[in-house]
Design a protein around this ligand. Sequence first.
Ligand code: PEP
Length: 261
Amino acid sequence: MVVRRPLIAGNWKMNFDHLRAVAFVQKVAWVLKDAKFSASEVEVSVFPPFTDIRSVQTLIESDGLSFAFGAQDLSQFDDGPHTGDISGEFLKKLNCRYVIIGHSERRQDHHEDDEVVAAKTKAALKHGIVPVICVGETSADLEEFGASAVPVGQLRAAIAGIPGDAEIVVAYEPVWAIGSGQAATPQQAQTVCAALRAVIAEVMSQEVADATRILYGGSVKSGNIASFMREKDVDGALVGGASLDAEEFAKIVQFPKHVIA
Ligand code: PEP
């Protein structure tokens, strides 16, 4: 049986400048050290804005902190006339392990469609960065198509044509649950995450599907993380708002210690 190491990923979005980013990571590290947190049990990654990444990298590497880090987006292009964009090559040089791709805020604010998401997924893999591919339905999609159809279609489009043995992470984030305080139920998350795993098995292989971490995202907090993590196909969380509070984020990371009523 494959054991998937859970991943708790903090998506800071457009919050924290590089000074606050450093102070924040230090604080989470202290809290977790005090709590004798073991990184072998749970992988923790932060996703700062581009302008913070170098500072966060320097802190993590110089202090030997057991956090991964990544970017919130990348360009589908390697270089050239793309004002404002950041290439996977640059991110790799900063040792980014992950990059978030296709977050619903980018799909909405920057009109990123499945084709762009697929191109960005390929660009990440080309540069040796693990894509965290975000998929999820709006409340209108939910009403019209049910919970799984839209995320399944988005994932199918994103992974078409990638190497069959690629390491990817998938984040199921129902758009209606993001920042709303109204999380999906653990059962809803499980149903969609299982459907997403089946797509990976079909398009890639059963072996890759068994090894791939599928995260739930959408109003995750310390009070509900353990109930999601009990589900068989939920391997972690992509956390937005609650990842901006060091104590709360540290509590989420320590979900194996939570007692569920
Ligand atoms: C997100 O934007 O990825 C997210 C999950 O946000 P929140 O946790 O605030 O719902």
